[in-house]
Design a protein. Structure first.
Length: 124
């Protein structure tokens, strides 16, 4: 047993064993009977979400509202009310207008002993 498993009560471990043996349709039925299972988030996920929201608020000042302009002069609210096919068409049109490909990048030959600046240790 791992250290984290030891902290979990026996009845929860037994229940987990039963849940692991459920077929997909039985799992869906279980979630219908216990809707709290859909809402349960691991603490790590909740902590990461809070950190991301705090970062965005600090970086942007405030999260965008549904009335803010999003794309092609549309607000978030209007865009997300569109059918998926229309949303895809908007992105297809945007990407068709944008240059894609290699952008004619110039190649350079690197010296055999060249090092990439990425915290690499010097070889002896």
């Amino acid at each position: 047993m791992t250290m984290s498993t030891m902290a979990i009560p026996n009845h929860v471990q037994r229940l987990a064993g039963v849940v692991r043996r459920l077929k997909p349709d039985e799992m869906r039925q279980l979630v219908e009977l216990v809707p709290e299972l859909k809402q349960a988030k691991p603490e790590r996920v909740a902590r990461e979400e809070r950190a991301a929201i705090a970062y965005l608020r600090q970086a942007a000042g405030a999260l965008p509202s549904l009335q803010d302009e999003f794309i092609n002069g549309m607000s978030y609210e209007v865009y997300f009310a569109l059918p998926a096919a229309q949303q895809d068409a908007i992105w297809d049109r945007i990407f068709a207008e944008a240059p894609t490909g290699t952008h004619d990048l110039k190649e350079h030959n690197a010296r055999p002993n060249a090092r990439v600046a990425a915290r690499q240790k010097r070889r002896a």
